[in-house]
Design a protein around this ligand. Structure first.
Ligand code: XMP
Length: 512
């Protein structure tokens, strides 16, 4: 396995991903918890990530010095290169202006990282993002690639199996980066490259059994992929020691709540408490039009109800959550910089503290698409595993203005027509997220010979890889007009359909 030491780079998660793509298991640990992770994991190699700090600051983070004496291979990336050089006796200085974005490096030497890949004299594209740069090498290192802004673009100490690069091999803009990382983990570190989701499943089941023992676990289901996969995995590990609680806020898509109940109770035979709380939620949302007020109410009501049910189940020792790696990293702040709340996300984040329970989070190291692979491995149906993301507050944030039962029903129908057309056109998997929004605006129309005065429905579809940025999906006009016609004909209460052409930024994906 590989230990990735995180210095707070925005793209550390991609390193883990590339390592897994090479068929090797890895774990990421923040720099200040890396020593413990090392003892637990006993890795075959270490990768030091990039990060926003400068090694020239007084208290910038360092790798545990003992790592350099452990006799195992180390790869330093960007900040990881700089701290590695500095810690081994080299020197780093502030570059003039730095280098950001696409750059080309000249290969000037050879090392194991280049096996079957690069040879001296070649030029290759890489992605740089650095202000400081190494200006004196630590003993034993030689330069094997250079760029205009980084004379030490890649340096190697073959005897010690230490390598360091100024650019980011983990991002897609370094086309050979994945192969460089694969060479590191397989050729240099000697990892077998036979890691797969099947193995992950077996390892996690053993881990869960060891962690939980004879204890009882409670798990909240949301209808989303993450909590579903976590629940099925935990159930496989500990069977009836697991109880799932599904707080149904009545703001799900058409038939979704029924599907969740059928799948978990009937198909998997999991103990499931289904709390039908739509009246509580709709009651509390009456008269509420401010988006943040909706989000806060739903988040709090959800936690209250979950807690109440958990108490009713009685004596659970552990709370299971489908936390993914991106959720973990977002909650670790290295720079401490102020960030603005755009939306209060609802993901049951306050629960563990309030309930004073230990956490079981078997998906903590995975990315969304890997969770999907694991879900398939566990036999979850495709329609469930491949489902577009759905926000915790549900349809409430797709109904600007007041949320009522009637408006929810109208939106559910329109949304179902839209999604059915998307599936029929074979576009569902090409789209990150598609949904309908019911506007609080009424417009005049004419149907048959009569006047109509009904609501506007907006359609949204975006492509994205992580939900942080998004682009609109460019449907052809014939598709959009087919959907518009069907919605207006089939859904009473809507007489006009518009398509949202806003990317993120400046828009957000959801309307509220
Ligand atoms: P925005 O609207 O912020 O959404 O561009 C980005 C992604 O996050 C989803 N989303 C949520 N997911 N709880 C969630 O679990 C929430 O409160 C929430 N709000 C938005 C949204 O659907 C999109 O995929």
């Amino acid at each position: 396995s590989i230990l990735i030491v995180d210095f707070g780079s925005q793209v550390t998660q991609l390193i883990a991903r590339r390592v897994r793509e090479a068929g090797v298991y890895s774990e990421i640990a923040p720099f200040n918890a890396a020593a413990e992770a090392f003892d637990r994991l006993k890795p075959n190699g270490i990768i030091l990530s990039g990060g926003p700090s400068s090694v020239m600051w007084d208290d910038s983070p360092r790798a545990p010095q003992a790592f350099f004496d452990a006799g195992i291979p180390i790869l330093g990336i960007c900040y990881g290169q700089q701290t590695m050089m500095e810690q081994l006796g080299g020197k780093v200085e502030g570059g003039e202006g730095g280098e950001f974005g696409r750059a080309f490096i000249d290969v000037t030497g050879t090392c194991t990282l280049f096996d079957g890949l690069w040879a001296p004299g070649e030029k290759h594209q890489v992605w740089m993002s650095h202000g400081d740069k190494v200006t004196r090498l630590a003993d034993g290192f030689e330069v094997v690639a250079t760029s205009e802004g980084a004379p030490y673009a890649i340096v190697a100490n073959e005897a010690k199996r230490f390598y360091a690069m100024q650019f980011h091999p983990e991002v897609v803009h370094t086309p050979d980066g994945g192969k460089l990382i694969a060479n590191f983990v397989r050729h240099v570190c000697g990892c077998a490259g036979d890691w797969s989701m099947a193995e992950f499943r077996a390892t996690k089941i053993a881990d869960i059994r060891a962690q939980v023992g004879k204890g009882r676990v409670i798990c909240g289901l949301s209808g989303g992929v993450d909590s579903a996969v976590a629940a099925v995995l935990i159930h496989e590990a500990i069977g009836d020691q697991l109880t799932c609680v599904f707080v149904d806020h009545g703001l799900m898509r058409l038939n979704e709540a029924e599907q969740v109940v059928a799948l978990f109770r009937q198909h998997y035979g999991i103990n499931l408490v289904h709390v039908d709380a739509s009246e509580t939620f709709l009651g509390g949302l009456a008269g509420v039009t401010d988006p943040e007020a909706k989000r806060k109410f739903i988040g709090k009501a959800f936690i209250d109800l979950f807690e109440e049910q958990a108490r009713a189940v009685g004596g659970a020792d552990f709370l299971a959550q489908g936390t993914l790696y991106p959720d973990v990293i977002e909650s670790v702040s290295f720079t401490g910089g102020p960030s603005v709340t755009i939306k209060s996300h609802h993901n049951v984040g306050g629960l563990p503290d309030r309930m004073n329970m230990k956490l079981v989070e078997p998906l903590r190291e995975l990315f969304k698409d890997e969770v999907r692979v694991l879900g398939k491995e566990l036999g979850l149906p495709d329609i469930f595993v491949g489902r577009h993301p759905f926000p915790g507050p549900g349809l409430a944030i797709r109904i600007p203005g007041e949320v009522t039962q009637e408006r929810c029903d109208i939106l559910r129908k329109a949304d179902a027509v839209y999604l059915e057309e998307i599936r029929n056109a074979g576009l569902y998997d090409a789209i990150w997220q598609a949904f309908a929004v019911l506007l609080p605006v009424r417009t005049v129309g004419v149907m048959g010979d009569g006047r109509t005065y009904d609501c506007v429905c907006a359609l949204r579809a975006v492509t994205s890889t992580d939900g942080m940025t998004a682009d609109i999906y460019p449907f052809d006009a014939a598709f959009l007009s087919r959907v518009a016609t069907r919605i207006i004909n089939e859904v009473k209460g809507i007489n006009r359909v518009v398509y949202d052409y806003t990317s993120k930024p400046p828009g957000t994906i959801e309307w509220e």
